[in-house]
Design a binder for this molecule. Structure first.
Ligand SMILES: [Zn+2]
Length: 226
C-alpha cells in the first residue's frame, strides 16, 4: 500500500508544484518513522502547539485536568504544557483511564484500526485506478465496486490521498502518456487512446494544464538530445 502512495506522491508532486503534499500523505510516504517520538516531550509539545499535521497519529496528548486525550492536531486542547503528557497510541491513553476527545476523534487518527480499515479501501481504489478503471468507468462505478457511497469514497480520498479519485486518474493518464511519448516513437494519437484519454482534445488539454506544454514538445526534447 505504501508503494502505491509513493507512486501517487510523485504524480501529485508534479501536479502541484506550488505546494507540499498534504500531511497525511507525507506520513504515508515516510512510513511512520516517528514511533519513539512520544518519548521526546519537548518535540511533542512543539508539534502540538504548532498543530503540526505531520505528527497526527504519531503521538496523543493526555490532559490531566480533564482526563481527556486528543490528537496532536486538536485545536481544542489549550492545556498548559505542565498539565499534559504524551502517549504513543489511543489505546495507551485509554488504558490510563483517559476518554477520547469528541472534537478530534483520536480513535480515527492515522495508524488507528479505523484508519487502517479505510486505508485498505483506499489502497484498493488506488490499485484499480492505476489499472485504468476510471478510464472506462465513472467514479460511481468505482464506489459501487468498493461497496461504499461516492461521497464516502471522495471523503476517504481527501483524507488519505489529498486528491479526488478523478484527479488521481487524470494524473495517472498524463504520466502514462508522457512515458509513451518519451520512450517510444508511436504516433501521439495512438498514445492518447492507449493512455486512456477519451479524445485527442482531452489529451492535449491535460498536458497544457499540467505542464503548460503540448504533448509533442516532449518528443522534440527527446530528439534534440540525440
Ligand atoms: Zn481533541
Amino acid at each position: 500500500m505504501l508503494a502505491s502512495f509513493g507512486h501517487l506522491a510523485r504524480g501529485r508532486g508534479t501536479l502541484r508544484l506550488d505546494s507540499d503534499p498534504p500531511p497525511r500523505y507525507r506520513l504515508a510516504m515516510t512510513g511512520f518513522p516517528h514511533d519513539k517520538m512520544w518519548r521526546d516531550r519537548k518535540r511533542c509539545d512543539r508539534a502540538r502547539r504548532a498543530y503540526d499535521p505531520a505528527f497526527d497519529g504519531v503521538f496523543f496528548t493526555c490532559v490531566r485536568s480533564t482526563r481527556i486525550y486528543c490528537r496532536s492536531i486538536c485545536r481544542t486542547t489549550r492545556a498548559l504544557s505542565k498539565n499534559i503528557f504524551f502517549v504513543p497510541s489511543a489505546a495507551a491513553a485509554e488504558r490510563l483511564g483517559f476518554r477520547p476527545c469528541l472534537r478530534c476523534r483520536p480513535e480515527s487518527a492515522p495508524g488507528s484500526p479505523a484508519w487502517r480499515g479505510t486505508a485498505t479501501t483506499v489502497a484498493r481504489a488506488v490499485r484499480m485506478i492505476e489499472a485504468g478503471f476510471l478510464d472506462s468507468h465513472p467514479v460511481q462505478a468505482l464506489a459501487d465496486r468498493l461497496g461504499i457511497g461516492p461521497r464516502h469514497l471522495s471523503r476517504l480520498f481527501q483524507q488519505h490521498v489529498g486528491a479526488s479519485p478523478a484527479e488521481m486518474a487524470g494524473t495517472r493518464r498524463v504520466q502514462a502518456a508522457k512515458r509513451l511519448i518519451t520512450d517510444t516513437d508511436r504516433p501521439l494519437s495512438e498514445i492518447a487512446f492507449e493512455a486512456g484519454f477519451g479524445s485527442i482534445r482531452r489529451f492535449n488539454d491535460a498536458f497544457r494544464k499540467l505542464y503548460q506544454r503540448a504533448p509533442s514538445s516532449f518528443r522534440r526534447a527527446r530528439t534534440g538530445q540525440r
